[in-house]
Design a protein around this ligand. Structure first.
Ligand code: HEC
Ligand code: HEC
Ligand code: HEC
Ligand code: HEC
Ligand code: HEC
Ligand code: HEC
Length: 345
């Protein structure tokens, strides 16, 4: 666009100088001018645009997938103040990571908040080349509640938001009694990154080990952004499960490169999820009986408890909010729940 305007302006100037020359009477010859340097030819103003805005329908496909995702439909981007805005709004996320939004400043808020969208994850319209598809966040992720800084590959972007919020102080096994201050206490609704990497949770006892799912190069992206099934799963919908005629279907497009027998995979996944759901139910029953949580609700009851009880509440909420029922890190999650139950007084 700029280049086109420049060309137009130069043409006008050129024409003006021509008419100037032809309309005036010839005077004495002036001092010879300095030779001008040859300019570099300008690029066609739209050449860069059509690498993406072409008729391949690729951009449209990603757009309708995103429109069906919870990122677009969840509606919680009204949470635009303080640290909430760093995960719930696009501008708060980018501003927090480039240092221009300080979530702890008094009255910090994002006006006209947008949900996570193309601009959150890609450098849209910065260079106007293919390079703009690069992700805005890559490399290691500084996480709350742990000193580890894991690398999730292309999933580092996801992990920056899908991780537990800070719990301060953090309960310590065998340490002082712990006061749970409110019904909202815990690691919040999206602690998936902690579960995938087995870090930042309350770990009583020993025997913890991560499995292959934790060490995949692109973690979240490999499983959640595999080949799309319409706008129901995969691709930019980021869903793994969808409903077909009332029954739940798992999109295994991202699993089959490792698990080549699809029906065996589904049996194994159901078995794992059933086992983890049963362990969660057992833990919840114990916490309800101790008066640390309310039966029929996932809200803890404020009060002072042994650290193993507070830690168990934290783990119960983290593993249930994770919602993969063990798939994110099978061996770790089973060990965590077993040790958590055994550590209860
Ligand atoms: C690297 C890919 C890429 C290139 C190159 C690119 N665009 Fe875009 N463009 C996008 C994406 C992604 C969006 C956002 C799509 C959406 O909002 O659904 C977009 C949106 C737009 C829009 C809609 C309005 C807006 O800002 O959301 C216009 C107009 C546009 N681009 C024009 C251009 C022009 C003109 C050029 C070249 C000078 C260009 N684009 C180059 C990817 C690209
Ligand atoms: C800017 C922060 C942010 C980033 C980056 C992000 N997410 Fe999300 N994600 C959210 C929020 C917030 C929600 C819930 C939206 C709402 O409720 O409004 C969500 C929802 C989801 C859901 C749907 C959960 C449900 O309950 O339906 C999935 C799946 C998901 N994200 C996966 C991913 C993956 C995979 C990535 C990386 C490719 C990613 N997210 C990157 C913030 C983010
Ligand atoms: C570290 C990132 C992060 C921060 C900070 C954060 N959230 Fe969230 N929140 C998420 C993610 C990710 C989800 C979606 C989880 C999912 O669907 O698996 C979510 C989900 C939610 C939900 C939807 C819960 C549901 O069950 O549908 C609400 C409401 C919410 N957050 C409110 C808040 C508020 C209020 C704050 C600030 C006090 C806040 N969040 C701070 C990441 C964050
Ligand atoms: C939550 C983060 C997130 C959001 C939001 C998002 N993308 Fe992406 N996008 C990704 C990731 C991660 C990849 C890489 C996927 C892979 O390699 O399998 C990707 C890949 C792409 C690609 C392929 C790029 C290439 O190198 O060929 C296109 C095109 C694309 N996205 C377009 C869009 C558009 C258009 C939107 C908005 C409608 C959008 N994305 C929103 C994370 C996101
Ligand atoms: C990078 C390869 C890889 C991918 C991709 C992968 N898995 Fe796995 N998965 C493994 C390996 C290897 C094991 C064996 C245990 C281990 O090494 O952690 C495993 C174990 C499992 C288990 C058994 C856990 C148990 O102990 O009962 C389930 C269930 C599972 N995977 C489901 C899935 C699903 C569902 C997907 C896709 C959404 C998937 N996996 C994607 C490599 C992978
Ligand atoms: C080994 C494959 C695999 C990896 C890696 C993985 N997920 Fe998942 N994820 C799953 C499966 C399977 C489920 C459960 C889907 C179901 O049962 O419907 C799930 C559930 C979820 C959910 C709950 C909402 C939903 O769609 O059911 C969110 C949010 C989520 N994952 C985010 C992430 C994030 C963020 C990462 C990276 C930090 C990640 N996942 C890594 C396989 C994976």
């Amino acid at each position: 666009m700029k280049i086109q305007k420049l060309t137009l302006a130069m043409t006008v100037l050129f024409m003006a100088s021509l008419s100037f020359v032809s309309c005036t009477k010839e005077g004495p010859a002036g001092i010879p001018g300095k030779n001008g340097e040859d300019g570099v030819n300008g690029q066609d103003g739209t050449a860069g645009c059509i690498t993406c805005h072409d008729n391949s329908q690729a951009l449209f496909a990603k757009t309708i997938q995103w429109e069906a995702s919870t990122h677009a439909t969840g509606g919680n981007y009204a949470r635009n103040t303080g640290d909430c805005a760093t995960c719930h709004t696009s501008q708060g996320f980018l501003g927090f990571h480039d240092g221009s939004y300080d979530p702890s400043a008094p009255g910090a808020a994002i006006s006209n908040p947008n949900p996570p969208n193309c601009y959150t994850c890609h450098n849209v319209h910065e260079t106007y080349t293919e390079a703009d598809w690069a992700l805005t966040i890559t490399g290691t992720v500084a996480m709350f509640n742990t000193t580890q800084t894991p690398d999730f590959g292309k999933g580092s972007q996801c992990a920056s938001c899908h991780q537990g919020r800070e719990v301060k102080p953090f309960p310590v096994e065998g340490g002082a009694d712990y006061t749970i201050t409110s019904a909202y206490w815990g690691v919040h609704h999206g602690p998936q990154a902690n579960v995938v990497k087995g870090t930042g949770l309350f770990e009583p006892g020993t025997g913890y080990a991560n499995g292959t799912h934790s060490n995949m190069t692109n973690t979240c992206v490999t499983c959640h952004m595999a080949e799309a099934y319409g706008t129901e799963a995969g691709g930019h919908t980021m869903y793994l499960g969808y409903s077909n005629h009332g029954s739940d279907v798992l999109n295994t497009a991202g699993c089959v490169s490792c698990h080549n027998d699809n029906s065996a995979l589904l049996v194994m996944t159901t078995a794992l999820q059933t086992e983890v759901a049963a362990m969660l139910a057992e833990l919840k029953e114990k916490l309800d009986a101790m008066g640390a949580m309310n039966a029929g609700s996932d809200a803890p009851i404020a009060g002072t408890y042994a650290p193993e009880v507070a830690g168990a509440v934290l783990n119960y909420k983290a593993i249930s909010e994770d919602r993969s029922l063990g798939v994110h890190n099978p061996t770790y999650v089973k060990r965590l729940l077993q040790n958590t139950i055994e550590a209860l007084p």
